[in-house]
Design a protein around this ligand. Structure first.
Ligand code: F6R
Length: 601
């Protein structure tokens, strides 16, 4: 999704901005641009498509010495992904980059057009520059003009604005979209996530919603409303960590292989000989808990849904799941003795964040399961359990899902212990969860078999991934992975539901990917498969049940716990999606139309 970088300093401004954008590239975008101010003059460049197009466009632009710059990667919301709609947007002398949505841009635009202002883009963002300049003309003071602009706009935003009449200054405003300020030896930085700041800044100031102000060479001034806020600095890691492909063809592939290590990290120091330990939770965190409400989007929602089976089965606590974008607007009934758990890789997903705020406002205790420390969601929740997946670059989530599932399983064991579950049952879970890293290890011959098989699954009129129990959400996750990167239509369905409608689609051109574990509901699954085979659907069975008659089979190892079968099956559906997408020639790491961090609702 859209990314922002700002810089004030004397260290190769163009390179600094482009390097910053590069760090945000994996989040998904469809155009990019930058603007640099030196000696009261701004030069701007924009390009549709990949960042390389912007690099080529700016090839002969070499500003030397002190400069002020803003840059942006855009993921289109208002208007097509063209060069004209790319940021920065300009007025007469000011340039703006913006993440989020200005909800009242239409009346503002109409009013400005009435005053003779000409608009050239279809974006909501362009109104910010023109509105600012109309206030500047009246107030003759850039600071006051920016303050009035911020007061006049509604919606969710992170904004940077530079103006030829306010040299050495970047104005900023933040509401609902992430924005942070970093200070380093070579200057001052602003960015919509930590990634561009890591390695150049030691610490960051995470702006609260409603913050606005400016950064100049001399100072950083932050306001909320009219009040000055003293910045709270938080340390940043010294390096980006593992972010190279390390010999793999794609980040997604590397991240699938990395799952065994990542889950090892997730579990580190969270298991004792016979119990789950979650030091992030105060001893009384679940004291009043009568039920759990899990809320998330996309893959994280699939993790929530799988986990709801674990919470009820192991911990005997009611667990309901919510898609965050639905939850927000359906006036949900919330009970104070319910724990509200949000799950998010990025910690910045707008719908999940807003759902979390709603639950907090209603007085619920909140818990975030999140991969990014210091993210908006991690900061908002009463408690956070970090998943420790490391940076996930592939847009299609893999190791983030594996680590979320691990944390959720741990949490289910943790609550089960508190609720007085049988010691033997807990010991069995602890023994099994320890073996997740080995269940995630990928054998080369398995990968090769999936690669070869993938050539038979490139056409057809659709895919149904089917499963039962925890394998139903996993089937949804398999379908999501496949459609994200292959652009083939795929649905995840509860196997027992097929006969209530979707089976009408069954014929030889319908591919059914059946998840067939041996340890859970084996017979039931067999019957569902028979129903599809009888109607000639082409069937690939992933699991261990030899009796599951299928056109193709990918068997997993002998496992004694459904969750271990779950994790091993998960690696197979991830690799299958990957290999199909590769054969179709798609950009696996940056699939079309998708963004890694969805900061608009
Ligand atoms: C799918 C995927 C998305 C995210 C969703 C929520 O591969 O990555 O469906 O899971 O956008 O994102 P987070 O977890 O960052 O809140």
């Amino acid at each position: 999704m859209c990314g922002i970088v700002g810089y004030i300093g004397a260290s190769a401004v163009k390179k600094t901005l482009l390097d910053g954008l590069k760090e945000l590239e994996y989040r998904g975008y469809d155009s990019a641009g930058l603007a640099v101010m030196q000696n009261g003059r701004i030069e701007a460049f924009k390009a549709a498509g990949k960042l390389n197009n912007l690099v080529n466009k700016t090839a002969s632009f070499e500003p030397k010495g002190f400069a002020v710059g803003i840059a942006h990667t855009r993921w289109a919301t208002h208007g097509k992904p063209t060069e004209i709609n790319a940021h920065p947007h300009r007025g007469e002398r000011s340039y703006v980059v913006h993440n989020g949505i200005i909800e009242n841009y239409q009346p503002i635009k109409a009013e400005l057009i009435g005053k003779g202002v000409k608009f050239i883009s279809q974006t909501d963002t362009e109104v910010i520059a023109h509105l600012y300049e109309s206030f500047l003309a009246k107030l003759k003071d850039p600071f006051k003009a920016f303050e009035t602009t911020v007061q006049s706009i509604e919606g969710a935003y992170a904004i940077l604005l530079i103006d030829e009449t306010a040299q050495e200054t970047i104005f900023f405003a933040k509401k609902g979209s992430p924005l942070q300020i970093g200070e380093g030896e070579s200057g001052r930085y602003l960015a919509s996530s930590d990634a561009p700041l890591i390695g150049v800044c030691e610490s960051a100031i995470y702006l609260e919603d409603g913050s606005w102000g400016y950064v100049s060479e001399r100072e950083i001034k932050i306001f909320i409303g009219k009040n000055i806020v003293s910045p709270q600095k938080k340390p940043l890691p010294a390096t980006q960590g593992a972010a190279q492909k390390e010999g793999f063809r794609f980040f997604m592939e590397k991240e699938i292989y990395e799952q065994t290590k990542a889950v090892g990290e997730t579990l580190a120091s969270r298991l004792t000989a016979n119990s789950a330990r979650l030091d992030e939770l105060s001893a009384d965190f679940f004291d009043e808990a009568a039920s759990l409400r899990l809320c998330a989007c996309g893959t994280s929602y699939n993790a929530a849904l799988s986990a709801s089976y674990l919470f009820e089965r192991l911990a005997k606590i009611e667990a309901r799941c919510e898609i965050a974008s639905e939850f927000r607007y359906r006036d949900p009934v919330l009970r104070k003795n319910e724990i509200f758990i949000v799950i998010s890789q990025s910690g910045e997903t707008a719908d999940t964040l807003e759902a979390l705020k709603m639950a907090k406002k209603a007085g619920l205790k909140t818990l975030a399961i999140c991969n990014v420390d210091n993210s908006s969601i991690a900061r908002e929740a009463d408690a956070t359990i970090l998943t420790r997946a490391g940076i996930e670059k592939g847009v299609a989530s893999t190791k983030a899902f594996a680590t979320q599932m691990t944390v959720l399983w741990l949490l289910a064991i943790y609550i089960a212990q508190r609720n007085g579950a049988d010691e033997e049952a807990i010991a069995k879970e602890i023994g099994a969860i320890r073996r997740v890293p080995s269940a995630l290890a990928i054998k080369p011959e398995r990968h090769e078999r999936i690669r070869r098989l993938s050539k038979r699954y490139l056409h057809g009129h659709g895919f149904f991934f089917i499963g039962r129990d925890i394998f139903y959400p996993l089937a949804m996750e398999g379908a999501l992975k496949l459609k994200e990167i292959s652009y083939l239509h795929a649905e995840g369905y509860p196997a027992g539901e097929m006969k209530h409608g979707p089976i009408a689609l069954a014929d030889a051109e319908l591919f059914t990917i059946a998840l067939t574990p041996k340890t859970i509901l084996k017979e039931k699954m067999r019957s569902n498969i028979e129903e599809l085979i009888a109607r000639d659907s082409t069937l690939l069975a992933i699991g261990g049940d030899e009796a599951a008659y299928a056109d193709d089979r990918l068997d997993i190892d002998e496992r004694d716990h459904p969750m271990l079968e779950f994790f091993e099956t998960m690696t197979i559906i991830q690799l299958l999606a990957l290999e199909i997408a590769v054969r179709l020639g798609n950009d696996v790491d940056m699939p079309r139309n998708l963004a890694k961090s969805v900061t608009v609702e």
